[in-house]
Design a protein around this ligand. Sequence first.
Ligand SMILES: [Zn+2]
Length: 267
Amino acid sequence: MISPFLLAALCLLLSIIYKPFEINPDALLQWNASPPRILLLTAHPDDECFFFAPTILALQRSSLSPEIFSLCLSTGNADGMGERRKGELGRSLDILGVDEDKRWIIEHPQLQDNMTQQWEAEVIAEVVRPFVTEHHITSVLTFDMKGISSHPNHFSLPVGASHLVKSLSSSANTSVPRLFSLTTVSVLPKYTGMSSALFARLTLASQSFSVSEPTVDSLPVFISGIPDYLTTVRAILAHDSQMVWFRYLYMTFSRYMWVNEWVEFKT
Ligand SMILES: [Zn+2]
């Protein structure tokens, strides 16, 4: 039988983490763009929900009403399931709220899903360029140089996107997007699951006592609440070709199911 004390503690925990929590979410957006146009740049179908869901879901609540686009640079064909995975990505993005006309998946001979291959920055820049320019993208969101899981396809992306931003900066008549990367945390905190949502909130709340208002330079942090977490689980389950046993462990223990921290990538 559960003691009243434990039951009360559980209710308190659930009430604390039920609602989403964000610090400076609009720092990812260009304030002078109306609406801001955000491009999520990923390497494989399932990256969008395994790693970026807290941000995708939170940005849709922003008062700046950003338009959110998704560009995935491979079909994830390492096991010959690329065609199937394209459909899974579509269903996942439906659940995460990215419109059908704002999402694309690339099939390129030099951008193949491969655990040992780093993609060339020049190739990434050339492939991404038309999507950025034609849709007037104002911010690009992608992995950092550790790629969360150290997958070389992942950490190729900030290098390629940075190459593109530099190239756009040097050409006149083109607006240049800002580039942000999702912070890779070390192994131990990476698998703290629901408790990561609690500790991240407590840390940010204690900081907000000492700093009255987040400045425009504060790093954006997105912490999912329980409804967002459940939406993320549904999006992951849409990738049914990937649902081996350790994916269930991932959903239970990964910090990225709950917390996303961003830094601007200096090009
Ligand atoms: Zn991936």
